[in-house]
Ligand binder design. Structure first.
Ligand SMILES: Cc1cc2nc3c(=O)[nH]c(=O)nc-3n(C[C@H](O)[C@H](O)[C@H](O)COP(=O)(O)O)c2cc1C
Length: 200
């Protein structure tokens, strides 16, 4: 008989993700939506950074960024990527592997429109991942973009958009006493998910 506190085998891992994500909303001190995003250079050097999950559902996991950034350039060359969530308060980890596609213009516009005006202006001021002479240069770019869009809606820069990661693998990890942790790995085969427990 399965131990009651093991990860339940469900048909759809996105539903299990949703349940864990909901719990993290109330338990985490901050940023329950923080996740690491792994991409890689065309010659195989991995690259990792934290980002925020800005949407998820049956289609996958969405985030937003500057397409001209280091990660943006890597994604353009290799759309395969991985995500990792760690909810410290719950002692749980979720790992995801899959393929990235850019979200629609409409979706990017809608999300950009939901951000604060200052964050919208900052998207114009930041040449994300490119060299900056000094902080004054950045503040100057922010101030001049603020002036440029004064009294108008701030449009979404064309280089600022979102990506959807369509998962092919989702792994749930649950802390257990004596490092006898539980891991459940879901793999997508065609339209179906299969689940398999693996040693911790
Ligand atoms: C908690 C946290 C959340 C972040 N969220 C985002 C995000 O949603 N999008 C983003 O472009 N950068 C985000 N960043 C900044 C990235 O970690 C990174 O510095 C930036 O995207 C540049 O990465 P790159 O040079 O690999 O492209 C976040 C950083 C932290 C610590």
């Amino acid at each position: 008989m399965a131990t009651p506190d093991l990860i339940p085998k469900v048909e759809d891992p996105m539903e299990l993700f949703e349940a864990w994500f909901q719990e993290a909303q109330t338990s985490e001190l901050n940023d329950p939506d923080a996740m690491s995003l792994a991409t890689s250079t065309p010659d195989g050097m991995p690259s990792l950074r934290m980002i925020l999950l800005k949407g998820h559902g049956p289609d996958g996991f969405a985030f937003y960024t500057n397409k001209e950034s280091k990660k943006g350039q890597q994604i353009a060359a290799n759309a395969r990527a991985a995500l990792c969530f760690h909810w410290k308060s719950l002692r749980r980890q979720v790992r995801v592997e899959g393929v990235l596609t850019e979200v629609s213009e409409h979706q990017a516009d809608t999300y950009f429109g939901s951000r604060s005006r200052e964050s919208q202006v900052a998207a114009w001021a930041s040449n994300q991942s490119r060299p900056m002479k000094d902080r004054d240069e950045f503040i100057e770019k922010f101030t001049s973009a603020t002036t440029k869009f004064d009294g108008k809606d701030v449009p979404r820069p064309k280089h600022w958009s979102g990506f959807l990661l369509t998962p092919g693998m989702i792994e749930f990890w649950l802390d257990q006493p004596h490092r006898m942790h539980d891991r459940l790995v879901y793999k997508k085969e065609g339209a179906q998910w299969s689940a398999e427990r693996v040693y911790p």
